[in-house]
Design a protein around this ligand. Structure first.
Ligand code: AMP
Length: 237
């Protein structure tokens, strides 16, 4: 039986982290549209370049391009028994496209897990998030700074606003932000976009089938959220 899970939530709600847990537990791959778009960074064609610019501004990529990228990913061999969507669908048009796509293949969305987080905490989770270039380990200057020896805001090289965050890991490694986390305006834009375009999907899935959408408090430890996520998926298997 195939298993299609949607992880929904504002940026910073911990979708990526939970997707990794589901991937390990249920053996279905994570499909993160953000990761798929970021992977195009090295491409030099105009579409890939335009996508990087739109992402840096915190805006959404258009629905047709996004759906085409997802369709391509779902056609790959490891996705044949289902996937966990992280960051997709983000608009009603994407949700409608996904329903049609799955219906044609005799499948459907099995669970929509909404990771609920207040917007102020969401802002700090994104703005304070840094990652080790060397090990890939992530920290947060507000919530998880064990292992960070030093962090400070420094002026932007061209004195632009906002200032840059510079952090150093206890091993001496440099910690850096994702380009779309580094800009306070872009984070606010992403939160606003969630409120305007993605939040209506909550009603869409709630009305589609009773019990399809499950609300999970994301302002808890990763382990507690994971336990709630697994319970919600098992209840639907
Ligand atoms: P994420 O890693 O999910 O925060 O996504 C990073 C950026 O990729 C977003 O701010 C958008 O610019 C773009 N993106 C990711 N997923 C989608 C989507 N489903 N629709 C449109 N744009 C997306």
């Amino acid at each position: 039986m195939s298993l299609y899970i949607i992880l929904m939530g504002v940026q910073g709600a911990g979708k990526g982290e939970q997707a990794r847990v589901i991937q390990e537990t249920y053996g279905i791959p994570q499909v993160s549209t953000g990761d798929l778009f970021r992977a195009m960074k090295t491409r030099t064609d105009p579409l890939a370049q335009k996508i990087q610019q739109i992402m840096a501004e915190g805006k959404l990529i258009d629905d047709d391009t996004t759906n085409a990228v997802v369709e391509d990913r779902l056609g790959q061999d490891d996705a044949k028994n289902g996937v966990i969507f992280d960051g997709f669908p983000r608009t009603p048009a994407q949700a409608a496209w996904l329903d049609q796509y799955l219906e044609k293949r005799g499948a459907h969305v099995n669970a929509v897990l909404l990771l609920e987080l207040d917007f102020y905490t969401a802002f700090k989770r994104s703005f304070g998030r840094v990652k080790s270039d060397a090990t890939g380990k992530t920290y947060n200057i507000y919530f998880n700074d064990d292992g960070i020896t030093e962090w400070k805001f420094v002026d932007h090289p061209q004195n632009e606003y906002p200032p840059r965050l510079r952090a150093v890991e206890s091993t001496g490694g440099v910690l850096s932000r994702r380009p779309d986390d580094a800009n306070a305006h872009a984070i606010l834009k992403r939160i606003d976009t969630f409120r305007e375009l993605t939040a209506p999907l909550i009603t869409y899935y709630e009305q589609k089938r009773p019990g399809l959408l499950v609300r999970i408090d994301a302002d808890q430890s990763i382990e507690t959220v994971s336990a709630a996520v697994k319970a919600a998926i098992d209840a639907r298997n």
